[in-house]
Design a protein around this ligand. Sequence first.
Ligand SMILES: *Cc1c(COP(=O)(O)O)cnc(C)c1O
Length: 405
Amino acid sequence: MQLLDHLNRRRREREAAALVRRRRVVEDACQPALRVSGADGAARPLLAFCSNDYLGLANHPRLIEAIAEGARRHGAGSGASHLVCGHGRAHAELEDELARWMRPFIPGAEAVTFSTGYMANLALVTALADAQTTICADKWNHASLVDGALLARGTLQRYAHRRLDVLETQLARAATPVKLIVTDAVFSMDGDEADLPALVALAERHDAFLVVDDAHGFGVLGAHGRGSLAAAGVRSERIVLMGTLGKAAGLTGAFVAAHPVVIDALVQSARPYIYTTAAPPAIAHALRTSLALIESDEGEARRARLRAAVARLRSGIAARVADAAGGWTLADSATAIQPLIVGGNAAALALAASLEARGLWVPAIRPPTVPVGSARLRITLSAAHTDAQIDRLLDALAAAREEAR
Ligand SMILES: *Cc1c(COP(=O)(O)O)cnc(C)c1O
């Protein structure tokens, strides 16, 4: 059987390159202390530093209750695409609320919601970038933005990570009338941030629009958790903001906020919006509770807790784990994403395995997700982590560092 032989060959290549991925079954609701089942079916406790539930809302009693209330009020499923009869009152109210959230940064913005961030990015880039468009994209953008750009009809130019001089040359030389700059706000594998004020200035200078993926900033950064636009203090009609609702917001889904003409273009022509069933209205209903939590005093306290956790981890790693000579380097990140760069694939896997033997779950990230030679542990922190849990990770990293020497 040709296909199976072919797939088996590819699988063996993966194994040889230490690139096999595997799934595990988590027995508990999303939280730092989990029971996780392995291949043998036995559940064992692992302290997780890998979720994107930055504010610890995924298991919040008020969101659990809000899903139930949303289902009682609006039913379980939406029944159809947004353009047929699946666009409910709950979706419309969520979109209005998100538009209000983003208007201080994108004057006159409207918003449209999607089932996932992956779909929102595919929708955005394919619907906005036709053959008249040059797409200039940061090379470290999330896979969903890369896939959107590869599917789109526009001309794709990728610029080296955060190299705005290269971007400016691409914009100046673009042969098409329409120009789109596409960037993550917080880069998902490094935790570093795009220079949004400089990008907005470039967009204005070159009559471009700026697509910003704020998957890791929304809910976490900026006053009231409004995200990276608020944190950077930018304001422009040229910004197209994509935010996800499955990370800090604790549920699932995504939205795009932008000029009404851009939002209408998405509704008219974005295939990942049109040809799919609308997300359950109960989720849209619960997301409004999530927004209320994010902007409340409780949300503020959770963001402060997260910042304290980041500071504790960074100073502990600097003091006890990282060393310039040994080649373990903590990436220069101020966000909840704290990568410890190890280098080789096998070394990163060995470190993850050694932590797991000590009861800690920190994923190793390997190429092609990150550049060759920069395999890493991707530590993510949450407001739900206690100081004692962070110290356990630091102790385990220090012990693994000793072993590796
Ligand atoms: C997670 C992520 C996405 C995809 O969002 P989902 O809602 O999980 O599909 C898009 N962009 C970035 C930068 C992400 O980290």
